[in-house]
Design a protein around this ligand. Sequence first.
Ligand SMILES: Cc1ncc(COP(=O)(O)O)c(C=O)c1O
Length: 469
Amino acid sequence: MTIWQPSLSGRKGPKFRQISDAIGESVANGRLPRGARLPPQRDLAFALGVSLNTVSRAYADAVGRGFVRGEVGRGTYVRASGSLATEAPAAQLTRPSSGPIDFSVNLPAPGQAAAALARSLTALSEAKALSAFLDYQPPGGHGHRDRDRQRETAAQWLARTGLKTSPANIVLTAGAQHGIMVAFLATMRPGDVLLTEPLTYAPVKAMAHHLGLKLLPVEGDGGMLGPGALDATCQRAAAKVLYCLPTLHTPTTATLDADRRSAIAAVARKHGLTIVEDDVFGMLPPDRPPPLAAFAPERTIYVTSVSKSLAPGLRVGHIHAPPEKVRALRNAVSLSSWMPPPLMVEIAARWIEDGTADALNAFQREEAAARQTMARDLIPEDHLHADPHGFHVWLTLPPHWHADVFRMEAENRGVKIVTGGAFAARPSDSPNAVRLCLSHEITRARVREGLVAVAELLRSADGKGSMIL
Ligand SMILES: Cc1ncc(COP(=O)(O)O)c(C=O)c1O
């Protein structure tokens, strides 16, 4: 009989912790289903070539972290309730499991975060200094024990992307959306020029409008951000800030390679540009180029959040910034919200510290990969732009389909999608394409159903004569 055996390659830290991390991940992704018994310690020690003592410590650690429970004389089992893998996903997030299939929202797969939250709330209810989480927090938070620890933890979390940072460079926000707004507030005044990719995160267009900024897309390089096009744009316009999404860009799915990042950093330096780097999907690819902030540390405000890897409702985000920008960013946080909710920041910090965050992120990676495989199998490849680690795919449409008509027809068939126009920085440049977000739906079965419907539509001639003039 084959026993459950974790892969330890690529893991860091003491061996017992690596095994315990692997248990957490397998519970999170269902490889170890609820009620499953872990292999006898001696068997696992033999299979992994480690000492019995190491496995004993690993099992005790996994019990302590709530992944499994130990029963004296009977063995160690995945918890039947309250564990990462136990709750029906539908019960965890407010997403419908019937009705139209929603490919329009770019949220993580409904996962196992609710059980982790239950555990954290229980632990917090027993913590001594709860009143600290009910107070206003000092803006910088220096010298405040919890805030210092939370920023230290955040720095460790961001290091997983290849970013070297330290607590002094971290600003805590209420999510990435808030982080982007804070970065804009801290760096620009009405009338300033904000550069973006030709297709950009839709709320950034609204932010620019409300802040009185002039939005200027960097054209060229086939829609991908490129150093040549950036240089040319900076020559003709006195731009102050570039907002961009270099990793798993929405909607195109493109990830810029290290050479391109380095070249873009050089152009930004030449023109004195500040870069606002949105790395909200940054934890998803296991092997990715370092953030732009690593190439232009002196001028990049790096923005991310736990929304895509842990849970969007936590509303916890992280900014990493050069020291001279930190004060303005913290002021902008105070101005816009005083502070992110302290209790939520604490929960995120605990999840990062105890390995829950890694386990939840691993679940998202696995789920995204499975859903991307479905898209590759079902959607004709000449129309599909995708990354195996992304939440979304981008479909360029054949000329006989106009994107708006395609969207309406997809909706008639029970599938909600978003057209390229939603992302166009310049409305006249709307591409004839649509974005499908595959992670928002609760089950893979519904994702498959939606993809089959979209693929049929793509192949059908229904769109002929649909061009909107
Ligand atoms: C590209 C991009 N940036 C930022 C955000 C905002 O994320 P958060 O939930 O952390 O505010 C989103 C959310 O969908 C996003 O897709």
